[in-house]
Ligand binder design. Structure first.
Ligand code: SF4
Length: 247
């Protein structure tokens, strides 16, 4: 782990080192600089194929972490297997909720109906924290155009002592669509049915558009994030901004 002040210094050094780099080139640089310490997070959702394709071109053996909350659409599992096969990814790591936690806190599987934050904590945050213990650098596929807490997403952040890399932060919906077409990447089956952002079955509805792709998530509530992209104190940790790193 990149601990505290030392970690912050390393994060700021990484921001300077990677200034002006994004997409595939950022993935390539990070994998070269942190051999054996990098994992990529993927939900295998509506836009996941772009980041996965870039990573597969750089190194198909990169660890890809998939969080199976046991509440996902079967179409997502099928899409995961299809992409892994077509892209030749060799190191899929599947994180799942702890069985004892489920038995204690969600024995009926309906916790999402009364407390979505705690449900996400049990089914997402805890298993994710466990699998991430083995890595110092995490590549994620979030984009600024998704809005809300992601609007000012930086390419490099420090989060809970780990470097969080966002190669697609500056990509637009059109950029993603163009990339998928150019590389003949398959779409998530539910995207064709009108879902723009795809998570767990109970908390995902048809909907969303280019301005608010995540509108179908946790509809009718104020919740916009599941928690795995936040630090332990609930805050998104940022060091200096990319702009500042350029001046
Ligand atoms: S998205 Fe919904 S079902 Fe999935 S873990 Fe969060 S609250 Fe539970």
């Amino acid at each position: 782990m990149l601990a505290d002040a030392h970690g912050a210094i390393q994060a700021n050094a990484a921001i300077e080192r990677y200034a002006g780099i994004e997409g595939r080139n950022l993935i390539k640089s990070v994998l070269k600089d942190y051999p054996g310490r990098v994992a990529l997070l993927s939900s295998f959702g509506a836009e996941s194929s772009v980041l996965l394709h870039m990573a597969s071109e750089v190194d198909p053996h990169v660890p890809v972490i998939f969080l199976d909350t046991l509440k996902l659409f079967p179409e997502t599992i099928a899409y995961r297997d299809k992409l892994v096969s077509e892209l030749g990814l060799t190191n899929l790591l599947i994180a799942k909720p702890d069985e004892a936690d489920l038995a204690q806190f969600d024995p009926q599987g309906d916790l999402h109906g009364s407390n979505t934050d705690f449900c996400c904590y049990v089914r997402k945050t805890v298993p994710m924290d466990e699998v991430l213990k083995d890595f110092d650098v995490i590549i994620s596929g979030r984009k600024r155009f998704h809005g809300s807490a992601r609007s000012d997403l930086q390419f490099v952040n420090l989060q809970d002592g780990k470097l969080k890399i966002e190669p697609l932060a500056g990509f637009s919906a059109l950029d993603l669509q163009t990339y998928m077409q150019q590389h003949h990447l398959p779409s998530h089956p539910l995207k064709l049915a009108g879902y723009r952002s795809i998570g767990c079955v109970p908390c995902t509805a048809v909907g969303g558009n280019d301005e608010d792709p995540r509108a179908g998530r946790w509809q009718g509530t104020n919740k916009t994030e599941c928690g795995i992209h936040f630090s332990a104190n609930g805050q998104v940790i940022r060091t200096v901004t990319r702009q500042a790193a350029l001046t």
